[in-house]
Design a protein around this ligand. Structure first.
Ligand code: ATP
Length: 236
């Protein structure tokens, strides 16, 4: 059901030397939900996603599919269906589109049909399958990073600022893709600076400030919250 807990994070702390980037975070993602983290630069959003992916050290509890995963290595988390689309896309620029996608499936044998479904979702990638990823536009690289993550057969997709640096039409396309992925039943934890777009898409959202969660609610509630409007939604 929609209310089944997929991810439950308690008392998550991330420290870099004496910088305390995340200070006891408690968040949940239910099965099938799109949950968003919003907040200013340096609030700790990327640190949170990277900790969940096992890429930076953290303390606290991360229960995923009923099991504590906080001691698992990052590749083991990928194997359990937890896939990160990192900030800045992280495509392998000297590899082709096709090779990048195949890297997403490095833990299992990929099927041609999976590849074809990615190309069906992103026709621009299909047309460019033999092009080096470094020569793609920012939006195309974002599609590739999402496609690569999908090839790892995720149950929960962690997305770090997919709209960053993209033109408005491309942002729209990426957000539309996220809505479609949610429709397929995929659960999504999305970090975004584009608070308006993200809140419009989100079932629920958390607001992070200086390493702490200060507000939470449904996407609609937060869109209409005066504090959120003042701090993150600007005048537009
Ligand atoms: P942004 O939107 O700018 O990426 P964010 O909300 O994702 O911001 P983080 O990137 O998680 O925030 O950063 C939180 C804090 O941790 C910041 O003060 C940042 O300078 C610090 N920080 C992040 N990564 C490191 C690191 N590798 N070493 C030291 N400090 C770090």
């Amino acid at each position: 059901s929609v209310h089944e807990k997929l991810l439950s994070v308690s008392n998550l702390h991330v420290r870099y030397g004496n910088i305390h980037a995340m200070q006891g975070l408690n968040i949940e993602v239910n099965q099938g939900e799109l949950v968003c983290l919003i907040g200013a630069n340096g609030a700790g959003k990327s640190s949170t996603l990277n900790a969940l992916a096992g890429l930076v050290p953290s303390t606290g509890s991360v229960i995923y599919q009923g099991k504590e995963i906080s001691t698992l290595a990052s590749h083991q988390r990928v194997g359990q269906g937890l896939a990160l689309v990192p900030e800045g896309r992280g495509v392998f620029s000297k590899m082709t589109v096709l090779e990048n996608l195949q890297m997403g499936a490095y833990l299992h044998d990929w099927r041609e049909s999976e590849l074809e479904s990615i190309f069906a979702r992103f026709p621009r990638l299909a047309e460019r399958r033999d092009q080096l990823a470094g020569t793609l536009s920012g939006g195309e690289q974002q599609m590739l990073a999402i496609g690569r993550a999908l090839l790892s057969r995720p149950k929960l997709l962690l997305l770090d600022e997919p709209s960053m640096g993209l033109a408005p039409l491309m942002i729209e396309l990426i957000f539309k893709t996220l809505a479609e992925l949610k429709e397929t039943g995929l659960s999504i934890l999305l970090v975004e600076q584009n608070a308006r777009g993200a809140l419009q898409l989100a079932d629920r959202a958390y607001v992070l400030e200086h390493g702490e969660m200060t507000l939470s609610g449904t996407g609609q509630d937060l869109l209409h919250d005066a504090r959120v409007q003042a701090a993150y939604l600007g005048a537009g």
